[in-house]
Design a protein around this ligand. Structure first.
Ligand SMILES: C[S@@+](CC[C@H](N)C(=O)[O-])C[C@H]1O[C@@H](n2cnc3c(N)ncnc32)[C@H](O)[C@@H]1O
Length: 233
Protein backbone atom coordinates (compact mmCIF):
# COMPACT_ATOMS: atom_id res chain seq x y z
CA UNK A 1 0.00 0.00 0.00
CA UNK A 2 1.52 3.36 -0.97
CA UNK A 3 1.27 6.49 1.17
CA UNK A 4 -1.89 8.43 0.29
CA UNK A 5 -0.69 11.62 -1.45
CA UNK A 6 -3.11 13.70 0.69
CA UNK A 7 -1.63 12.20 3.87
CA UNK A 8 1.90 12.92 2.60
CA UNK A 9 0.85 16.48 1.72
CA UNK A 10 -0.66 17.01 5.21
CA UNK A 11 2.53 15.71 6.87
CA UNK A 12 4.60 18.08 4.74
CA UNK A 13 2.25 21.01 5.42
CA UNK A 14 2.56 20.41 9.18
CA UNK A 15 6.33 19.90 8.88
CA UNK A 16 6.24 16.38 10.29
CA UNK A 17 8.81 13.86 9.18
CA UNK A 18 7.81 10.27 9.86
CA UNK A 19 9.60 7.16 8.57
CA UNK A 20 7.61 5.59 5.74
CA UNK A 21 6.85 2.23 7.43
CA UNK A 22 5.47 4.05 10.49
CA UNK A 23 3.54 6.54 8.32
CA UNK A 24 1.94 3.62 6.47
CA UNK A 25 0.79 2.06 9.78
CA UNK A 26 -0.65 5.40 10.88
CA UNK A 27 -2.44 5.69 7.55
CA UNK A 28 -3.85 2.18 7.99
CA UNK A 29 -5.08 3.19 11.46
CA UNK A 30 -6.79 6.36 10.24
CA UNK A 31 -8.47 4.56 7.35
CA UNK A 32 -9.70 1.69 9.57
CA UNK A 33 -11.00 4.17 12.14
CA UNK A 34 -12.76 6.32 9.52
CA UNK A 35 -14.42 3.24 8.07
CA UNK A 36 -15.95 2.35 11.45
CA UNK A 37 -16.74 6.00 12.11
CA UNK A 38 -19.59 5.86 9.60
CA UNK A 39 -21.71 3.93 12.14
CA UNK A 40 -20.13 4.72 15.49
CA UNK A 41 -19.43 8.44 15.66
CA UNK A 42 -15.82 8.00 16.72
CA UNK A 43 -14.32 11.23 15.42
CA UNK A 44 -15.04 14.54 13.71
CA UNK A 45 -11.46 14.68 12.41
CA UNK A 46 -12.15 13.03 9.08
CA UNK A 47 -9.61 14.80 6.86
CA UNK A 48 -5.89 14.13 6.60
CA UNK A 49 -5.26 17.72 7.61
CA UNK A 50 -7.17 17.33 10.90
CA UNK A 51 -5.75 13.85 11.55
CA UNK A 52 -2.21 15.16 11.15
CA UNK A 53 -2.63 18.67 12.57
CA UNK A 54 -4.60 17.65 15.65
CA UNK A 55 -4.50 13.90 16.36
CA UNK A 56 -1.00 13.07 15.22
CA UNK A 57 0.43 16.30 16.60
CA UNK A 58 -0.85 15.40 20.09
CA UNK A 59 0.53 11.86 19.81
CA UNK A 60 3.95 13.02 18.57
CA UNK A 61 4.17 15.43 21.52
CA UNK A 62 3.18 12.70 23.97
CA UNK A 63 5.39 9.92 22.62
CA UNK A 64 8.84 11.17 23.77
CA UNK A 65 7.54 11.71 27.32
CA UNK A 66 7.20 7.96 27.79
CA UNK A 67 10.17 5.83 28.84
CA UNK A 68 11.08 2.51 27.18
CA UNK A 69 9.36 -0.45 28.83
CA UNK A 70 6.47 1.54 30.29
CA UNK A 71 3.03 0.00 30.71
CA UNK A 72 0.59 2.61 29.46
CA UNK A 73 -3.19 2.77 29.70
CA UNK A 74 -5.15 5.04 27.35
CA UNK A 75 -8.20 5.91 29.47
CA UNK A 76 -11.28 6.80 27.39
CA UNK A 77 -9.69 5.67 24.15
CA UNK A 78 -12.86 6.12 22.02
CA UNK A 79 -11.40 6.27 18.51
CA UNK A 80 -8.01 4.94 19.68
CA UNK A 81 -6.27 8.27 20.14
CA UNK A 82 -3.70 8.60 21.62
CA UNK A 83 -3.24 4.89 22.46
CA UNK A 84 -3.11 3.33 18.98
CA UNK A 85 -0.74 5.85 17.33
CA UNK A 86 1.40 5.57 20.47
CA UNK A 87 1.58 1.78 20.06
CA UNK A 88 2.56 2.31 16.38
CA UNK A 89 5.17 4.95 17.17
CA UNK A 90 6.64 3.13 20.18
CA UNK A 91 7.21 -0.60 19.76
CA UNK A 92 9.19 -0.49 23.04
CA UNK A 93 6.21 0.18 25.34
CA UNK A 94 3.11 -1.81 26.28
CA UNK A 95 -0.16 -0.07 25.49
CA UNK A 96 -3.66 -0.98 26.73
CA UNK A 97 -6.91 0.80 25.90
CA UNK A 98 -9.91 1.34 28.21
CA UNK A 99 -13.23 2.35 26.67
CA UNK A 100 -16.44 2.23 28.70
CA UNK A 101 -18.87 2.13 25.74
CA UNK A 102 -18.97 -1.51 24.59
CA UNK A 103 -19.62 -0.73 20.89
CA UNK A 104 -16.60 1.57 20.75
CA UNK A 105 -14.43 -0.99 22.57
CA UNK A 106 -15.58 -3.51 19.92
CA UNK A 107 -14.51 -1.10 17.16
CA UNK A 108 -11.13 -0.65 18.84
CA UNK A 109 -10.70 -4.43 18.92
CA UNK A 110 -11.44 -4.57 15.18
CA UNK A 111 -8.88 -1.88 14.43
CA UNK A 112 -6.24 -3.55 16.61
CA UNK A 113 -6.88 -6.89 14.87
CA UNK A 114 -6.67 -5.29 11.40
CA UNK A 115 -3.35 -3.65 12.30
CA UNK A 116 -2.03 -6.73 14.12
CA UNK A 117 -0.95 -4.66 17.11
CA UNK A 118 -0.13 -6.22 20.51
CA UNK A 119 -2.60 -3.97 22.36
CA UNK A 120 -5.17 -5.09 24.96
CA UNK A 121 -8.62 -3.47 24.80
CA UNK A 122 -10.80 -3.35 27.93
CA UNK A 123 -14.50 -2.57 27.61
CA UNK A 124 -14.49 -0.97 31.04
CA UNK A 125 -14.13 2.24 32.95
CA UNK A 126 -10.41 2.91 33.12
CA UNK A 127 -10.40 3.77 36.82
CA UNK A 128 -12.08 0.43 37.64
CA UNK A 129 -9.21 -1.44 35.95
CA UNK A 130 -6.90 -0.01 38.59
CA UNK A 131 -8.47 -2.39 41.15
CA UNK A 132 -6.76 -5.28 39.35
CA UNK A 133 -3.99 -3.89 37.13
CA UNK A 134 -0.98 -1.62 37.48
CA UNK A 135 0.21 0.88 34.88
CA UNK A 136 3.20 3.18 34.99
CA UNK A 137 1.36 5.91 33.03
CA UNK A 138 -2.25 6.69 32.20
CA UNK A 139 -2.56 8.79 29.04
CA UNK A 140 -5.79 10.48 28.03
CA UNK A 141 -7.31 13.06 25.71
CA UNK A 142 -10.77 14.64 25.68
CA UNK A 143 -12.25 12.46 28.42
CA UNK A 144 -12.63 14.55 31.56
CA UNK A 145 -11.48 17.60 33.46
CA UNK A 146 -8.39 17.59 35.68
CA UNK A 147 -10.75 17.50 38.71
CA UNK A 148 -12.53 14.46 37.31
CA UNK A 149 -9.24 12.61 36.82
CA UNK A 150 -8.07 13.51 40.33
CA UNK A 151 -11.27 12.02 41.73
CA UNK A 152 -11.14 8.91 39.55
CA UNK A 153 -7.55 8.10 40.41
CA UNK A 154 -7.57 9.28 44.05
CA UNK A 155 -8.22 5.79 45.53
CA UNK A 156 -5.79 4.15 43.10
CA UNK A 157 -2.46 5.97 43.30
CA UNK A 158 -0.74 2.73 44.31
CA UNK A 159 -1.75 1.31 40.90
CA UNK A 160 -0.38 4.11 38.71
CA UNK A 161 2.71 6.32 38.82
CA UNK A 162 1.41 9.27 36.85
CA UNK A 163 -1.15 10.71 34.45
CA UNK A 164 -0.20 12.38 31.18
CA UNK A 165 -3.22 14.42 30.09
CA UNK A 166 -3.44 16.04 26.66
CA UNK A 167 -5.31 19.31 27.10
CA UNK A 168 -6.33 22.38 25.13
CA UNK A 169 -6.26 26.01 26.20
CA UNK A 170 -8.91 25.51 28.94
CA UNK A 171 -6.42 23.58 31.08
CA UNK A 172 -5.67 26.67 33.22
CA UNK A 173 -9.36 26.98 34.23
CA UNK A 174 -9.46 23.24 34.93
CA UNK A 175 -6.38 23.53 37.15
CA UNK A 176 -8.07 26.43 39.00
CA UNK A 177 -11.17 24.31 39.55
CA UNK A 178 -9.16 21.33 40.82
CA UNK A 179 -7.17 23.58 43.17
CA UNK A 180 -10.36 25.27 44.41
CA UNK A 181 -11.81 21.86 45.23
CA UNK A 182 -8.64 20.92 47.14
CA UNK A 183 -7.99 18.03 44.77
CA UNK A 184 -4.37 19.00 44.03
CA UNK A 185 -3.27 19.29 47.67
CA UNK A 186 -1.26 16.06 47.64
CA UNK A 187 -0.51 16.08 43.91
CA UNK A 188 2.14 17.67 41.72
CA UNK A 189 0.95 19.03 38.37
CA UNK A 190 3.55 19.95 35.77
CA UNK A 191 3.25 21.08 32.17
CA UNK A 192 5.70 18.88 30.25
CA UNK A 193 4.95 20.18 26.74
CA UNK A 194 3.15 23.04 25.05
CA UNK A 195 2.70 23.45 21.33
CA UNK A 196 0.63 25.49 18.88
CA UNK A 197 -2.59 23.87 17.67
CA UNK A 198 -2.81 26.03 14.59
CA UNK A 199 -6.52 27.02 14.99
CA UNK A 200 -5.68 30.55 16.06
CA UNK A 201 -2.40 32.17 16.97
CA UNK A 202 -3.01 31.77 20.71
CA UNK A 203 -4.45 28.26 20.58
CA UNK A 204 -2.10 25.93 22.43
CA UNK A 205 -2.06 22.25 23.30
CA UNK A 206 -0.36 21.07 26.47
CA UNK A 207 0.63 17.80 28.08
CA UNK A 208 0.20 17.82 31.83
CA UNK A 209 1.81 15.36 34.18
CA UNK A 210 -0.01 14.63 37.43
CA UNK A 211 1.53 12.45 40.13
CA UNK A 212 1.52 12.32 43.92
CA UNK A 213 3.97 14.67 45.63
CA UNK A 214 5.26 11.60 47.41
CA UNK A 215 6.10 9.88 44.10
CA UNK A 216 7.64 13.05 42.65
CA UNK A 217 9.90 13.32 45.72
CA UNK A 218 10.84 9.65 45.42
CA UNK A 219 11.85 10.16 41.77
CA UNK A 220 13.87 13.25 42.68
CA UNK A 221 15.75 11.29 45.33
CA UNK A 222 16.37 8.42 42.91
CA UNK A 223 17.67 10.88 40.28
CA UNK A 224 20.00 12.50 42.84
CA UNK A 225 21.35 9.06 43.74
CA UNK A 226 21.86 8.22 40.05
CA UNK A 227 19.02 5.66 39.92
CA UNK A 228 16.77 6.35 36.91
CA UNK A 229 13.69 4.79 38.63
CA UNK A 230 10.74 3.72 36.50
CA UNK A 231 9.27 7.00 35.25
CA UNK A 232 10.80 10.36 34.43
CA UNK A 233 9.94 13.47 36.42
C1 LIG B 1 -14.63 12.41 23.52
S1 LIG B 1 -14.11 10.76 23.46
C2 LIG B 1 -12.37 10.97 23.28
C3 LIG B 1 -11.77 9.89 22.44
C4 LIG B 1 -10.26 10.00 22.20
N1 LIG B 1 -9.51 9.84 23.43
C5 LIG B 1 -9.89 11.30 21.53
O1 LIG B 1 -9.09 12.05 22.06
O2 LIG B 1 -10.40 11.58 20.44
C6 LIG B 1 -14.22 10.22 25.16
C7 LIG B 1 -14.33 8.70 25.27
O3 LIG B 1 -14.06 8.33 26.61
C8 LIG B 1 -14.97 7.32 27.02
N2 LIG B 1 -14.98 7.38 28.50
C9 LIG B 1 -15.44 8.38 29.29
N3 LIG B 1 -15.16 8.14 30.59
C10 LIG B 1 -14.49 6.95 30.62
C11 LIG B 1 -13.90 6.16 31.67
N4 LIG B 1 -13.96 6.57 32.94
N5 LIG B 1 -13.28 5.01 31.34
C12 LIG B 1 -13.22 4.60 30.05
N6 LIG B 1 -13.77 5.29 29.01
C13 LIG B 1 -14.38 6.46 29.29
C14 LIG B 1 -16.25 7.68 26.31
O4 LIG B 1 -17.11 6.58 26.16
C15 LIG B 1 -15.72 8.19 24.96
O5 LIG B 1 -15.64 7.16 24.01
Amino acid sequence: MPIDPDFAAALAAHKMEIDEPIALRLQQFAEAMWKLNENLNLTRHTTWDLFVGRDLRDCLQLSPLIEPGEEVLDLGSGNGIPGIPLAILRGDIEVSLAESVAKRAGALNEIIAELGLPVAVYAARGEDLLDDFRFSTIVSRAVGSIAKFCRWVEPHWTSVDRLLLIKGPKWVDERGEARHLGLLATLELRRLASYPLGDTEESEGVILQVMTKWRAKQLQTQAAEGDPGTTPS
